[in-house]
Design a protein around this ligand. Structure first.
Ligand SMILES: Cc1ncc(C[n+]2csc(CCOP(=O)(O)OP(=O)(O)O)c2C)c(N)n1
Length: 312
């Protein structure tokens, strides 16, 4: 299957940028998706819906996990922040998973146009992960269940490794925090291995999270209290992320720090949803969006995603 090869650190970093681009394009663009000409008001969707804030972190986690576990049929990934659907969709598209259920999602210019135009669109794709999304078994909508589902999925499957991304806002829910106790009940040789990854971007919608305001020491002690071994990762330090995944840690609990909304316009850098108000009518915002999109080098993306993967 064609995909973006992610063998080296540089390839992981580039894959994250490509996925970030596809997220921004899904959220904003209805035309000129790969920026083949200057961006115009008519290229912008009439109604901007969806979530940018968590997308970069999802792309970081996904690419790093994929690089480590790509050939492991017993590996699974559970995504807590299903509102970061543009990121999930971008990754499933790049890996050819979407194409297996949707013949239009080809790794071509037409396929890119198709997934971007149809994001959060009448009769197109929804704005959140849903049962139409390959691999989604619970629609969610209500934060809190990701870790509990991961333990349930691992039950009686000793070969499985399940990474689960949990938002720091999600970990404030009673369901999620109490799921940490499942480690006591469900560890052991008869069940799979769980790799919890806390996405510590410090914010939930418009306010800070409790865990984002704790000192590193206080957070680590809390995690240790549940019997896990905390391991901090700066999300954009790919070398360290890969190193952490290779370490043999007993009951690991990764704390992945990213900046919410990383990459977007500075003024709205912690935006949960859409980080620009009016790029369809405001010349300045249109320019900001264009600069933002250009920062991911869109002119190279088509060649990169259509080239054969070296290791296939
Ligand atoms: C139980 C529940 N409470 C509130 C919400 C509304 N909600 C949707 S996203 C969100 C913020 C999530 O924050 P976090 O888990 O940290 O994700 P991220 O910051 O990465 O988007 C909230 C409160 C919800 N979906 N479910």
């Amino acid at each position: 299957m064609n995909t973006v090869g992610i063998l080296s650190i540089e390839e992981i970093k580039r894959r994250i940028q490509i996925c970030d681009y596809l997220c921004v394009a899904q959220l904003f663009l209805q035309d000129n998706i790969l920026l083949e000409r200057p961006l115009e008001f008519d290229d912008i969707k009439p109604r901007l819906l969806g979530h940018w804030g968590t997308c970069h972190g999802i792309n970081v986690a996904y690419a790093n996990l994929k690089a480590k576990y790509k050939d492991d049929p017993n590996f699974s990934f559970i995504l807590g922040p299903g509102h970061g659907f543009p990121a999930l969709q971008a990754n499933l598209f790049l890996d050819g998973e979407l194409l297996k259920i949707d013949e239009n999602a080809t790794l071509t210019k037409e396929g890119i146009d198709y997934i971007c135009r149809n994001f959060s669109w009448p009769d197109g794709f929804p704005s959140h992960a849903s049962p139409f999304t390959p691999g989604v078994i619970t629609e969610g909508g209500e934060l809190g269940y990701a870790l509990g589902n991961a333990y349930g999925f691992a039950l009686g499957h000793p070969k499985k490794t399940i990474a689960v991304l949990i938002g720091d806002g999600e970990l404030e829910t009673a369901t999620a925090i109490d799921s940490l106790n499942l480690r006591n009940l469900l560890s052991g040789s008869k069940n799979g291995k769980i790799l919890p990854i806390l996405h510590l971007n410090g914010y939930k919608i418009s306010g800070p999270t409790i865990y984002g305001r704790k000192s590193e020491r206080e957070l680590n002690e809390m995690i240790r209290g549940f019997g896990f071994t905390p391991r901090s990762i700066e999300g954009d330090h790919t070398e360290d992320f890969q190193k952490a995944l290779k370490e043999d840690i007993e009951s690991p609990f990764y704390i992945m720090r990213t900046e919410k909304g990383y990459g977007g316009p500075n003024r709205y850098h912690k935006a949960h949803q859409i980080p620009l108000k009016n790029p369809k009518t405001d010349e300045k915002e249109l320019k900001e969006l264009e600069e933002w999109l250009k920062s991911y080098r869109p002119e190279e993306i088509l060649t990169e995603i259509t080239k054969e993967r070296k290791d296939d």
